[in-house]
Design a protein around this ligand. Sequence first.
Ligand code: 1HE
Length: 265
Amino acid sequence: MTDAMPSLEFMKAKAQGNVLVVTLDRADKRNALSAAFIEEICALFEWVRRSEPVRAVVMKAEGSVFCAGLDLIEHHLEDRSATDFMYICRRWHAAFDAIQHCGKPVVGALNGAVVGGGLELASSFHIRVADQTTYFALPEGQRGIFTGGGATVRVARLVGEARMVDMMLTGRVYSGDEAVSVGLCQYLVEGSSFEKAMAIASKAAENPPLSNFAITSGIAHIGNMASGDAYYAEAFIAGITNTQPASKDRLAAFMNKSAAKVLKD
Ligand code: 1HE
Protein backbone atom coordinates (compact mmCIF):
# COMPACT_ATOMS: atom_id res chain seq x y z
CA MET A 1 0.00 0.00 0.00
CA THR A 2 1.20 3.50 -0.81
CA ASP A 3 1.26 6.22 1.86
CA ALA A 4 -0.74 9.42 1.43
CA MET A 5 0.49 12.14 -0.94
CA PRO A 6 2.13 15.01 0.96
CA SER A 7 -0.01 18.12 1.34
CA LEU A 8 0.80 20.76 -1.25
CA GLU A 9 0.79 24.57 -1.15
CA PHE A 10 2.64 25.51 -4.35
CA MET A 11 1.46 22.70 -6.61
CA LYS A 12 -1.67 20.74 -7.36
CA ALA A 13 -1.50 17.03 -8.15
CA LYS A 14 -4.30 14.85 -9.47
CA ALA A 15 -4.28 11.39 -11.01
CA GLN A 16 -5.73 10.95 -14.50
CA GLY A 17 -5.73 7.17 -14.73
CA ASN A 18 -2.18 6.06 -13.99
CA VAL A 19 -0.68 9.46 -14.95
CA LEU A 20 -0.20 11.99 -12.15
CA VAL A 21 -0.78 15.53 -13.40
CA VAL A 22 1.28 17.97 -11.35
CA THR A 23 0.52 21.68 -11.81
CA LEU A 24 2.87 24.41 -10.63
CA ASP A 25 0.45 26.71 -8.82
CA ARG A 26 2.16 30.00 -8.02
CA ALA A 27 1.08 31.87 -11.14
CA ASP A 28 0.93 35.27 -9.38
CA LYS A 29 4.72 35.00 -8.96
CA ARG A 30 5.19 33.29 -12.34
CA ASN A 31 5.86 30.00 -10.51
CA ALA A 32 9.14 31.35 -9.09
CA LEU A 33 10.84 28.74 -6.92
CA SER A 34 11.11 29.74 -3.26
CA ALA A 35 12.97 27.55 -0.75
CA ALA A 36 9.63 26.16 0.50
CA PHE A 37 8.53 25.36 -3.08
CA ILE A 38 11.74 23.35 -3.60
CA GLU A 39 11.07 21.37 -0.37
CA GLU A 40 7.60 20.59 -1.67
CA ILE A 41 9.01 19.26 -4.98
CA CYS A 42 11.38 17.02 -2.98
CA ALA A 43 8.56 15.62 -0.86
CA LEU A 44 6.16 15.09 -3.78
CA PHE A 45 8.65 13.24 -5.99
CA GLU A 46 9.90 11.08 -3.12
CA TRP A 47 6.25 10.11 -2.79
CA VAL A 48 5.88 9.56 -6.56
CA ARG A 49 8.83 7.14 -6.38
CA ARG A 50 7.02 5.12 -3.68
CA SER A 51 3.57 5.32 -5.23
CA GLU A 52 2.85 2.12 -7.17
CA PRO A 53 -0.33 3.34 -8.96
CA VAL A 54 1.57 6.28 -10.52
CA ARG A 55 3.15 5.05 -13.75
CA ALA A 56 4.04 8.44 -15.30
CA VAL A 57 3.89 12.15 -14.48
CA VAL A 58 3.00 15.23 -16.51
CA MET A 59 4.15 18.55 -15.07
CA LYS A 60 2.42 21.69 -16.29
CA ALA A 61 1.97 25.19 -14.95
CA GLU A 62 -0.85 27.51 -14.00
CA GLY A 63 -0.69 30.87 -15.80
CA SER A 64 1.24 32.38 -18.69
CA VAL A 65 4.72 31.33 -17.54
CA PHE A 66 5.93 27.78 -16.88
CA CYS A 67 8.57 28.85 -14.36
CA ALA A 68 10.54 32.09 -13.82
CA GLY A 69 13.31 30.30 -11.89
CA LEU A 70 14.77 31.24 -8.54
CA ASP A 71 12.55 33.43 -6.38
CA LEU A 72 14.79 36.46 -6.85
CA ILE A 73 12.88 38.59 -4.36
CA GLU A 74 13.08 36.02 -1.57
CA HIS A 75 16.78 35.58 -2.36
CA HIS A 76 17.36 39.34 -2.23
CA LEU A 77 15.35 39.90 0.97
CA GLU A 78 16.89 36.94 2.82
CA ASP A 79 20.35 38.42 2.22
CA ARG A 80 21.79 34.89 2.30
CA SER A 81 25.38 34.06 3.15
CA ALA A 82 27.47 31.94 0.77
CA THR A 83 26.97 28.97 3.09
CA ASP A 84 23.19 29.50 3.25
CA PHE A 85 22.95 29.58 -0.52
CA MET A 86 25.21 26.59 -0.96
CA TYR A 87 22.77 24.57 1.16
CA ILE A 88 19.83 25.99 -0.82
CA CYS A 89 21.49 24.78 -4.04
CA ARG A 90 21.96 21.32 -2.55
CA ARG A 91 18.21 21.18 -1.89
CA TRP A 92 17.56 22.18 -5.52
CA HIS A 93 19.84 19.33 -6.55
CA ALA A 94 17.91 16.94 -4.30
CA ALA A 95 14.55 18.12 -5.67
CA PHE A 96 15.51 17.78 -9.33
CA ASP A 97 17.28 14.46 -8.70
CA ALA A 98 14.06 13.28 -7.04
CA ILE A 99 12.24 14.13 -10.28
CA GLN A 100 14.80 12.60 -12.64
CA HIS A 101 15.21 9.44 -10.58
CA CYS A 102 11.62 8.90 -9.38
CA GLY A 103 11.58 5.80 -11.58
CA LYS A 104 8.60 7.00 -13.63
CA PRO A 105 8.69 8.93 -16.92
CA VAL A 106 8.17 12.66 -16.24
CA VAL A 107 6.91 14.73 -19.19
CA GLY A 108 6.88 18.53 -19.10
CA ALA A 109 3.99 20.40 -20.75
CA LEU A 110 5.70 23.76 -21.20
CA ASN A 111 4.33 27.21 -21.94
CA GLY A 112 5.73 30.73 -21.82
CA ALA A 113 9.04 31.40 -20.09
CA VAL A 114 11.15 28.42 -19.00
CA VAL A 115 14.05 30.43 -17.67
CA GLY A 116 16.94 30.17 -15.23
CA GLY A 117 15.95 27.74 -12.49
CA GLY A 118 12.79 27.05 -14.52
CA LEU A 119 14.99 25.52 -17.21
CA GLU A 120 16.93 23.64 -14.52
CA LEU A 121 13.60 22.20 -13.37
CA ALA A 122 12.51 21.35 -16.93
CA SER A 123 15.85 19.73 -17.74
CA SER A 124 15.22 17.17 -14.98
CA PHE A 125 12.18 15.90 -16.92
CA HIS A 126 12.67 13.00 -19.31
CA ILE A 127 10.63 14.58 -22.12
CA ARG A 128 9.83 18.26 -22.74
CA VAL A 129 6.93 19.41 -24.94
CA ALA A 130 6.84 23.09 -25.97
CA ASP A 131 3.95 25.07 -27.38
CA GLN A 132 4.09 28.17 -29.58
CA THR A 133 4.48 30.47 -26.52
CA THR A 134 7.39 28.59 -24.94
CA TYR A 135 10.86 30.08 -24.74
CA PHE A 136 14.04 29.08 -22.95
CA ALA A 137 16.80 31.24 -21.49
CA LEU A 138 19.46 31.37 -18.80
CA PRO A 139 19.43 35.01 -17.63
CA GLU A 140 21.78 34.34 -14.70
CA GLY A 141 24.66 36.36 -16.20
CA GLN A 142 22.44 39.43 -16.56
CA ARG A 143 21.17 39.04 -12.97
CA GLY A 144 24.74 38.82 -11.68
CA ILE A 145 24.33 35.27 -10.46
CA PHE A 146 25.16 31.71 -11.56
CA THR A 147 23.13 28.56 -12.06
CA GLY A 148 22.74 26.53 -8.86
CA GLY A 149 20.09 23.93 -9.62
CA GLY A 150 22.02 21.50 -11.78
CA ALA A 151 22.11 23.35 -15.12
CA THR A 152 25.87 22.97 -15.43
CA VAL A 153 25.22 19.24 -15.75
CA ARG A 154 21.74 18.85 -17.23
CA VAL A 155 21.46 21.86 -19.55
CA ALA A 156 25.07 21.43 -20.69
CA ARG A 157 24.24 17.82 -21.58
CA LEU A 158 21.14 18.83 -23.50
CA VAL A 159 22.60 21.65 -25.57
CA GLY A 160 26.38 21.30 -25.18
CA GLU A 161 28.81 23.45 -23.23
CA ALA A 162 29.37 26.12 -25.90
CA ARG A 163 25.66 26.88 -26.34
CA MET A 164 25.13 27.03 -22.60
CA VAL A 165 28.01 29.47 -22.15
CA ASP A 166 26.52 31.64 -24.93
CA MET A 167 23.05 31.50 -23.30
CA MET A 168 24.49 32.61 -19.96
CA LEU A 169 26.84 35.29 -21.28
CA THR A 170 24.39 36.90 -23.68
CA GLY A 171 20.93 36.00 -22.36
CA ARG A 172 20.16 34.39 -25.74
CA VAL A 173 16.56 33.18 -25.95
CA TYR A 174 15.58 30.00 -27.81
CA SER A 175 12.08 29.21 -29.04
CA GLY A 176 10.24 27.29 -31.74
CA ASP A 177 12.05 24.93 -34.09
CA GLU A 178 15.41 26.24 -32.94
CA ALA A 179 14.70 25.07 -29.36
CA VAL A 180 13.93 21.59 -30.71
CA SER A 181 16.99 21.49 -32.93
CA VAL A 182 19.40 22.44 -30.11
CA GLY A 183 17.82 19.85 -27.78
CA LEU A 184 16.01 22.06 -25.25
CA CYS A 185 12.77 20.22 -25.98
CA GLN A 186 11.88 17.12 -27.99
CA TYR A 187 8.42 18.19 -29.23
CA LEU A 188 6.92 21.48 -30.43
CA VAL A 189 3.15 21.58 -30.93
CA GLU A 190 0.74 24.00 -32.60
CA GLY A 191 -1.97 23.49 -29.95
CA SER A 192 -1.81 22.41 -26.32
CA SER A 193 1.48 21.09 -24.94
CA PHE A 194 -0.56 19.44 -22.17
CA GLU A 195 -2.56 17.30 -24.59
CA LYS A 196 0.62 16.09 -26.30
CA ALA A 197 2.38 15.52 -22.96
CA MET A 198 -0.57 13.44 -21.73
CA ALA A 199 -0.51 11.33 -24.89
CA ILE A 200 3.22 10.72 -24.46
CA ALA A 201 2.96 9.96 -20.74
CA SER A 202 0.00 7.61 -21.22
CA LYS A 203 1.91 5.67 -23.87
CA ALA A 204 5.08 5.45 -21.76
CA ALA A 205 2.99 4.37 -18.75
CA GLU A 206 2.13 1.14 -20.61
CA ASN A 207 5.76 -0.04 -20.46
CA PRO A 208 6.67 -2.34 -17.57
CA PRO A 209 7.67 -0.23 -14.51
CA LEU A 210 11.10 -1.88 -14.34
CA SER A 211 11.80 -0.97 -17.97
CA ASN A 212 10.78 2.64 -17.30
CA PHE A 213 12.99 2.76 -14.20
CA ALA A 214 15.93 1.44 -16.25
CA ILE A 215 15.34 3.90 -19.10
CA THR A 216 14.73 7.01 -16.98
CA SER A 217 17.70 6.49 -14.64
CA GLY A 218 20.06 4.01 -16.31
CA ILE A 219 20.99 6.11 -19.32
CA ALA A 220 21.78 9.17 -17.17
CA HIS A 221 23.94 7.16 -14.74
CA ILE A 222 25.75 5.37 -17.54
CA GLY A 223 26.51 8.76 -19.13
CA ASN A 224 28.75 9.51 -16.13
CA MET A 225 30.87 6.39 -16.59
CA ALA A 226 33.94 5.49 -18.61
CA SER A 227 32.89 3.22 -21.49
CA GLY A 228 34.24 -0.03 -19.99
CA ASP A 229 32.29 0.59 -16.78
CA ALA A 230 29.28 1.71 -18.80
CA TYR A 231 29.14 -1.55 -20.78
CA TYR A 232 29.41 -3.51 -17.52
CA ALA A 233 26.56 -1.49 -15.93
CA GLU A 234 24.48 -1.83 -19.12
CA ALA A 235 24.86 -5.61 -19.00
CA PHE A 236 23.64 -5.63 -15.38
CA ILE A 237 20.61 -3.46 -16.15
CA ALA A 238 19.78 -5.55 -19.22
CA GLY A 239 20.31 -8.78 -17.26
CA ILE A 240 17.62 -7.77 -14.78
CA THR A 241 15.25 -5.90 -17.12
CA ASN A 242 15.33 -8.22 -20.11
CA THR A 243 14.52 -11.31 -18.05
CA GLN A 244 11.66 -9.83 -15.94
CA PRO A 245 8.29 -11.65 -16.14
CA ALA A 246 6.72 -8.71 -18.02
CA SER A 247 9.38 -9.02 -20.70
CA LYS A 248 8.84 -12.78 -21.02
CA ASP A 249 5.08 -12.18 -21.55
CA ARG A 250 5.72 -9.56 -24.19
CA LEU A 251 8.27 -11.69 -26.04
CA ALA A 252 5.88 -14.65 -25.98
CA ALA A 253 3.21 -12.38 -27.52
CA PHE A 254 5.66 -11.46 -30.27
CA MET A 255 6.46 -15.11 -30.93
CA ASN A 256 2.72 -15.88 -31.09
CA LYS A 257 2.24 -13.01 -33.55
CA SER A 258 -0.19 -11.18 -31.20
CA ALA A 259 2.16 -8.25 -30.47
CA ALA A 260 2.25 -5.04 -32.48
CA LYS A 261 4.98 -4.79 -35.12
CA VAL A 262 7.35 -1.81 -35.29
CA LEU A 263 6.08 0.07 -38.34
CA LYS A 264 6.47 3.69 -39.41
CA ASP A 265 3.48 6.01 -38.76
C1 1HE B 1 9.09 36.89 -9.61
C2 1HE B 1 10.00 36.23 -10.47
C3 1HE B 1 11.15 35.64 -9.90
C4 1HE B 1 8.39 37.05 -11.66
N1 1HE B 1 11.30 35.73 -8.56
N2 1HE B 1 9.29 36.93 -8.29
N3 1HE B 1 14.66 34.48 -13.25
C5 1HE B 1 14.56 35.58 -14.01
O1 1HE B 1 15.47 36.36 -14.17
C6 1HE B 1 13.19 35.84 -14.62
C7 1HE B 1 12.53 37.00 -13.88
N4 1HE B 1 11.16 37.22 -14.34
C8 1HE B 1 10.86 37.82 -15.53
O2 1HE B 1 11.71 38.13 -16.34
C9 1HE B 1 9.42 38.06 -15.81
O3 1HE B 1 8.70 38.07 -14.57
C10 1HE B 1 8.77 36.98 -16.74
C11 1HE B 1 9.29 37.19 -18.17
C12 1HE B 1 9.07 35.57 -16.27
C13 1HE B 1 7.24 37.16 -16.73
O4 1HE B 1 6.90 38.51 -17.05
P1 1HE B 1 5.43 39.03 -16.74
O5 1HE B 1 5.33 40.40 -17.35
O6 1HE B 1 4.44 38.01 -17.15
O7 1HE B 1 5.33 39.10 -15.13
P2 1HE B 1 5.95 40.20 -14.13
O8 1HE B 1 5.04 41.40 -14.09
O9 1HE B 1 7.37 40.46 -14.42
O10 1HE B 1 5.90 39.43 -12.75
C14 1HE B 1 4.67 39.10 -12.13
C15 1HE B 1 4.95 38.87 -10.65
O11 1HE B 1 5.80 37.75 -10.52
C16 1HE B 1 5.68 40.03 -10.01
O12 1HE B 1 5.29 40.08 -8.66
P3 1HE B 1 4.29 41.25 -8.13
O13 1HE B 1 4.11 40.94 -6.69
O14 1HE B 1 5.00 42.53 -8.42
O15 1HE B 1 3.03 41.08 -8.96
C17 1HE B 1 7.13 39.60 -10.10
O16 1HE B 1 7.94 40.18 -9.11
C18 1HE B 1 6.98 38.11 -9.83
N5 1HE B 1 8.11 37.36 -10.37
N6 1HE B 1 9.55 36.36 -11.73
C19 1HE B 1 10.39 36.36 -7.80
N7 1HE B 1 12.06 34.97 -10.62
C20 1HE B 1 19.45 28.01 -8.11
S1 1HE B 1 19.96 29.32 -9.00
C21 1HE B 1 18.77 29.64 -10.21
C22 1HE B 1 19.06 30.98 -10.82
C23 1HE B 1 17.91 31.53 -11.58
O17 1HE B 1 16.84 31.01 -11.63
S2 1HE B 1 18.23 33.00 -12.40
C24 1HE B 1 16.79 33.36 -13.28
C25 1HE B 1 15.80 34.12 -12.46
